[in-house]
Design a protein around this ligand. Structure first.
Ligand code: ZN
Length: 489
């Protein structure tokens, strides 16, 4: 199968031509959320980034198996194997069963993803459902000599691994610097070296989520689940593994070490990382009090914004930046995205109603080729969107009868917008039905009657104004000989 897709591989630090291990099959793994709180803008950016990759690979006719996990155990507050399990802490604070916390936030995450039009993955495995497989991988790593047990916990021996393989090649960190920077935290004396990481942790008596093992009653280390579940569902040759840049170290670095120590193979051909969302130039974080959840943005409101925004505006805002650039959030930026999206949507409506001429000057294939080039250049969605906006100018010119288009090019143009806007960028019309607009059918009918009367007295300005206003509300109308057809876009 031939394609011209190039993607930036974090491992080689350059754009590479994408060639899967076994075309037409593509194994794609993206780290999913730890479900102990509501999904925020960072979750949205990561999910939308890999959703567009999934959609584009599918568009290129690959058979993609997309695995996105749910972390429901083992993610401690501190990445260095210390602190309380994030889910247990939430359960303690809210007086819930840990699995109630998991269910609640997993449901909320799914709802948010649906609102953002993020397609569900092919498989969504949960860490707690793969305890046996995780224990098997720990055993393998002990057998190959790269892990050791202390007091019922099992740790990965980073220094020993580094003697034979290079630890830190993904993140570019040097072992000496890591040794210099890692503090020995309380309780870490069990480790031979502070940069070692836990594969299995012995649980203390108050710990609820724990499982029997040959080492202790305990639970798996956070990095272990993604190695285990990617190996299980995608095999030892995984095409693409992705996640947010915040997962690069230690999470993904440790995954590579586990894969190599356990199976002798690095496993992943292309590592992809999306950059972070900043808020007024600052990192977003729960501790910094600038944390915006998707529910707040979509419906509840937040002190950093004066109003709420449609999820499609958030999706469009994310896609207007390249996934490897930082994206700075502000209400002004969102409002600009909203205007842009409205303009695009207006053009789609116009395109739907455009009339072809017997001859035309518009060459739709030129636009198509530019769009393909943009996507093939490491999923350059901002450039793709700018080409689509150039096309909007063409659409408007045809409507204003300044240029003409023939039927073949008109059909091609419609196909291009349908493919790129809906199928690949995943942008849905932003007002879907009367239940979300709160507008009743009766009200629309009576507005249309007013428009009909305006037309009868040749008041075309008023008729057009009504049509445009309805369109902005997500209602498209089509004039017919014997009246008007209308529908929610
Ligand atoms: Zn992961």
């Amino acid at each position: 199968m031939k394609n011209s897709l190039h993607i930036y591989n974090t491992l080689s630090r350059k754009k590479e031509h994408f060639e899967p291990w076994q075309p037409p099959f593509v194994g794609l793994y993206a780290c999913g959320p730890t479900v102990y709180g509501n999904a925020h803008l960072g979750h949205a950016r990561q999910a939308v980034t890999f959703d567009v990759l999934y959609r584009y690979l599918t568009h290129l006719d690959y058979k993609v198996r997309y695995v996105r996990n749910i972390t429901d155990v083992g993610h401690l507050e501190n990445d260095a194997d210390e602190g309380e399990d994030k889910i247990l802490k939430k359960a303690r604070l809210e007086k819930l069963e840990p699995m109630e916390v998991v269910q609640q936030y997993m449901n909320a995450y799914h709802r948010n993803m649906q609102e953002l039009n993020v397609l569900p993955p092919s498989i969504e495995p949960r860490a707690s459902g793969h305890i046996i497989e995780q224990q098997q991988l720990v055993k393998k790593i002990i057998d190959t000599g790269y892990a050791y047990e202390t007091n019922g916990s099992v740790y990965f021996d980073v220094l020993k691994f580094n003697e034979k393989y290079a630890y830190g090649k993904l993140s570019g960190r040097k072992i000496d610097e890591l040794l210099g920077n890692t503090r020995t935290l309380e309780g870490q004396s069990e480790k031979r070296n502070p940069i070692d990481f836990a594969l299995w942790k012995k649980a203390d008596s108050s710990h609820i989520m724990k499982w029997p093992s040959e080492w202790s009653e305990g639970y798996p280390g956070w990095h272990l689940e993604c190695s285990t579940m990617s190996l299980k569902y995608l095999g030892e040759n995984i095409d693409i593994h992705g996640g947010g840049l915040d997962l690069l170290f230690p999470h993904h670095e440790c995954e590579i070490a586990q894969n190599v120590a356990g199976s002798g193979k690095e496993g992943v051909k292309y590592w992809m990382h999306n950059n972070m969302i900043t808020i007024k130039g600052q990192k977003m974080g729960r501790s910094l009090d600038n944390f915006i959840t998707l529910d707040e943005l979509f419906e509840k409101g937040h002190r950093l914004v004066s109003r709420t925004f449609d999820p499609m505006v958030i999706r469009f805002f994310i896609l207007q930046a390249h996934y490897r650039s930082t994206l700075d959030f502000s209400e002004d930026a969102l409002s600009a995205s909203e205007k842009g999206l409205q303009r695009l949507q207006d053009a789609l409506f116009i395109l739907d109603n455009l009339q072809a001429s017997s001859k035309g000057v518009v060459n739709a294939e030129e636009l198509n080729e530019k769009c393909i080039r943009a996507m093939n250049d490491d999923l350059n969605t901002p450039v793709l969107i700018s080409h689509l906006f150039d096309g909007v100018k063409t659409i408007n010119s045809v409507q204003e009868k300044r240029i003409s288009i023939d039927q073949e090019n008109l059909d091609h143009l419609k196909d291009i917008y349908n493919t790129y806007v809906h199928s690949i960028l995943g942008i849905n019309p932003f007002v879907k039905d009367s239940s979300t607009t709160g507008i009743s059918d009766k009200l629309i009918e009576s507005i249309l009657q007013l428009r009909q009367k305006a037309k009868q007295r040749n008041d075309w300005d008023t008729a057009d104004e009504i049509r445009n206003t309805l369109q902005k509300m997500g209602i498209s109308i089509k004039d017919k000989k014997d009246g008007v057809d209308w529908e929610f876009m």
